[in-house]
Write a protein that binds this ligand. Structure first.
Ligand code: AGP
Length: 576
């Protein structure tokens, strides 16, 4: 959930590290800091808040590490920002992850006379290294790794050396290989301008880089071959290309993502009796739509689980199960843990993942990569579209049926053309403090996703319910003060949902309907309407999922929220 970067080479490290941190800010931005080596001393600077706060202090040195934080242990304050140095300032570390046994280690270190400067878990690592250093930094790190319980990717440097040691267990770590320079980072986008040659570090691997060498070994110190890969996208992809926010750019990219996803081959062995889908957040809602589609088309039972629940409920999973993990980042700790548990129980695992070579993609038995490209906005949009397309293809594949979705492309274009109309609607409704979202059947997961988008980027409270559930309690919330977004498309449950809208109107509730173009009946009943083009009922989610994030986007933008980096959130949640 944090971003780390290290550089050692023939250039000044400072600007390389700072630019890299700016590309890693989507992983967390509670605080930031840099440490570099100059004249055999460690220069370091760290501040609460955004990376930009570091720009006032330029640190000299050609070897350095840097960090942007999403707080887990210890408030977002200067003292809890990384890097951390040991008491003699001989070593400095930056860490992404959680040391779960840090209190025990902190106690032990305190009892041996160590003074701690922060409330964080990460600081224990640098003190452990300092206490175990006997002349070789790599050996000291190998010695302390067995003491750490939890997820981590960290980099450590020593004041009189140009080497950087990194270690990985559960959080992403990537080596960038250059000419007379090498890099370590949480995400390729931080170094893509300097090199396209990378090594994806695996769990339980330690790396050592200098300006002229790169070595990888396991936690026993046994050298491993370098598995060098070529990354084939450039920074341009990561830029906004003229849109005000990454999120808006990515909403519009959904059309291309839809087309690219249609080309993804989706074939799997049908050697399972049941499917369990595990995911979090938006990916979970994609899974709920996947459940509806696979059960309806392929008549195969699908169990859907929130990954953070699944991992602790002792699930009844065995070798006859196919467990599908859906994850944009491929680094979500809960989903990764769910995959590991499924494998421990003998199940076959399939990943529907966006980030190539991410941890989950390398741990599942089979992976289907969604082709959404780099998704930078914390609120997931185009990745959701890509996940849906793969799930539809999977459902039809399992049913032994062909599927041709290309005819929907123009409908998606039509839905995107609603942007201005939706912006006007947002102007009318952005001031409301609460919203309800309702839908039935395939429209219920859409209501959930629409509500999540509004919550996470505009900080407005929004709750989603199956429309039929309102009368079992939530309808007591209905008043003029809480608008309802009702997904009421012309499908097999249209009349039922229309009745729920009538129940809301009878209690003076305002209703914005997401309706099918040409539907005149609903126009007489609701306050506002967003019309989407008519398609075959089962494919509505591929169209309806466009206006809902657009509404949330414009509400958040009108409220001047930080749409791409909403407060308290990070793009990939690599901690529990
Ligand atoms: C989506 O807009 C949220 N940012 C969040 O719910 C996200 O979908 C969830 O954390 C899962 O992430 P993943 O797809 O990378 O596993």
């Amino acid at each position: 959930m944090c971003g780390i970067i290290g550089y050692t080479g023939d250039k000044e490290a400072y600007n390389i590290l700072l630019e890299g941190l700016e590309r890693l800010e989507y992983r967390g931005y509670d605080s930031a800091g840099i440490a570099s080596i100059h004249n055999n001393t460690i220069q370091h600077h760290k501040k609460k808040g955004r990376v930009a706060n570091l720009k006032l202090t330029v640190l000299p040195g050609k070897t350095g590490i840097a960090h942007t934080r999403w707080a887990t242990h210890g408030k977002p304050e200067d003292k809890n920002a990384h890097p951390f140095v040991d008491e003699t300032e001989e070593f400095a570390i930056v860490h992404n992850g959680i040391v779960e046994n840090y209190l025990e280690l902190k106690e032990e270190l305190r009892n041996s006379g160590v003074f701690f400067s922060s409330d964080t878990d990460s600081e224990v690592i640098v003190h452990l290294i300092a206490k175990n250093y006997t002349g070789n930094l790599q050996e000291a790190v190998l010695k302390i790794l067995p003491r750490l319980i939890g997820a981590y990717a960290f980099c450590v440097l020593k004041k009189d050396s140009n080497e950087i040691i990194g270690a990985r267990n559960g959080s992403p770590l990537i080596i960038g290989l250059g000419k007379k320079e090498n890099f370590l980072t949480s995400d390729v986008s931080a170094i893509i301008e300097h090199t396209h040659k990378v090594i994806y570090v695996n769990d339980f691997e330690l790396v050592r880089i200098t300006p002229f060498s790169v070595e990888v070994c396991d936690f026993n110190g046994t050298q491993k071959p370098l598995d060098i890969k070529e990354v084939n996208w450039n920074l341009e992809q990561a830029q906004k290309q003229g849109y005000k926010h990454f999120m808006l750019k990515e909403i519009y990219e959904q059309q291309q993502v839809f087309l690219d996803s249609l080309k993804v081959p989706v074939k799997i062995e049908k050697s399972f009796s049941r499917i369990t889908i595990v995911a979090c957040g938006t990916a979970y809602y994609a899974g709920l739509i996947g459940k509806y589609v696979i059960e309806r088309i392929a008549k195969i039972p699908v169990n859907l689980e929130i990954a953070s629940e699944f991992r602790y409920k002792e699930p009844l999973i065995n070798k006859d199960d196919l467990v599908i993990a859906i994850s944009q980042s491929g680094e979500t700790a809960d989903t990764l843990a769910a995959v590991r548990l499924a494998k421990q129980n003998g199940a076959r695992t399939l990943g529907i993942i966006n980030v190539i070579n991410s941890t989950i993609s390398r741990e599942v038995d089979e992976v289907i990569y969604t082709r959404a490209g780099l998704e930078t906005g914390v609120a997931s949009t185009k990745a959701f579209m890509a996940q849906l397309v793969i799930l539809y293809k999977l459902g039809f594949f399992l049913a032994g049926k062909e599927i041709d979705l290309t005819s929907l492309t123009e409908k998606i274009t039509q839905a995107l053309s609603l942007n201005e109309e939706i912006k006007q609607l947002a102007q009318q409704y952005y001031h409301y403090p609460n919203f309800l979202y309702i839908g039935r059947n395939l429209n219920y997961p859409l209501a959930l996703e629409g509500a999540l988008k509004l919550k996470e980027i505009s900080y407005i409270h929004a709750e989603a319910y199956p429309a039929g559930e309102l009368k079992h309690g939530p309808i007591s919330l209905v008043s003029e003060e809480i608008p309802t977004i009702a997904i009421c498309l012309q499908d097999s449950i249209y009349e039922k949902t229309l009745s729920n809208i009538q129940e809301i109107k009878a209690r003076n509730g305002k209703v914005i309907a997401l309706a099918t173009e040409g539907d005149k009946q609903i126009k007489q009943i609701v306050d506002d309407i967003i019309y989407i083009p008519k398609v075959e009922e089962i494919f509505y989610p591929l169209i309806a999922i466009i206006p809902l994030p657009l509404f949330a986007y414009h509400v958040a933008d009108i409220k001047d929220c930080d749409v791409d980096k909403p407060r308290n959130l990070a793009k990939s949640v690599t901690v529990e």
